[in-house]
Design a protein around this ligand. Structure first.
Ligand SMILES: [Zn+2]
Length: 121
């Protein structure tokens, strides 16, 4: 078995193709709403085969420290080869000013995956 020595041992932030070999493209659309349901920020990020798997998005709320990590969700999605998944979560990072004790920013996210065609036998 030649060629294995050239395999990289990088664990965390590998490329999409090394982490999820069956995936051609991932599109992550993420929206942040304040605790008052005002849209704070919305962005779309596209990951293709050579892109680094950086699936952590900073919270757009008042905390300035929170982050949402989609690594586990993307691993589940791609392992099952599902077309998409929707995720909603609330930032629980502490606030040290104002009447609320936690950020409470609402994060809504849709992750869409495109898979490479299955190899024909
Ligand atoms: Zn937050």
């Amino acid at each position: 078995m030649r060629g294995q020595a050239s395999e990289r041992m990088t664990k965390s932030l590998g490329s999409l193709s090394s982490r999820c070999p069956s995936v051609e493209k991932l599109v992550i659309t993420i929206s942040f709403y304040s605790a008052q349901q005002v849209l704070l920020d919305q962005k779309t990020r596209t990951f293709e085969s050579e892109d680094t798997c950086d699936f952590v998005f900073p919270c757009a709320g008042e905390c300035g420290t929170g982050a949402f990590n989609f690594n586990a969700s993307i691993d589940q999605l791609t392992a099952a080869e599902q077309p998409s998944v929707e995720i909603a979560a609330k930032c629980q990072d502490r606030l040290y000013t104002g009447p609320r004790s936690v950020c409470g920013c609402d994060m809504k996210c849709k992750i869409e995956a495109t898979y490479l065609p299955a190899e024909q036998p």
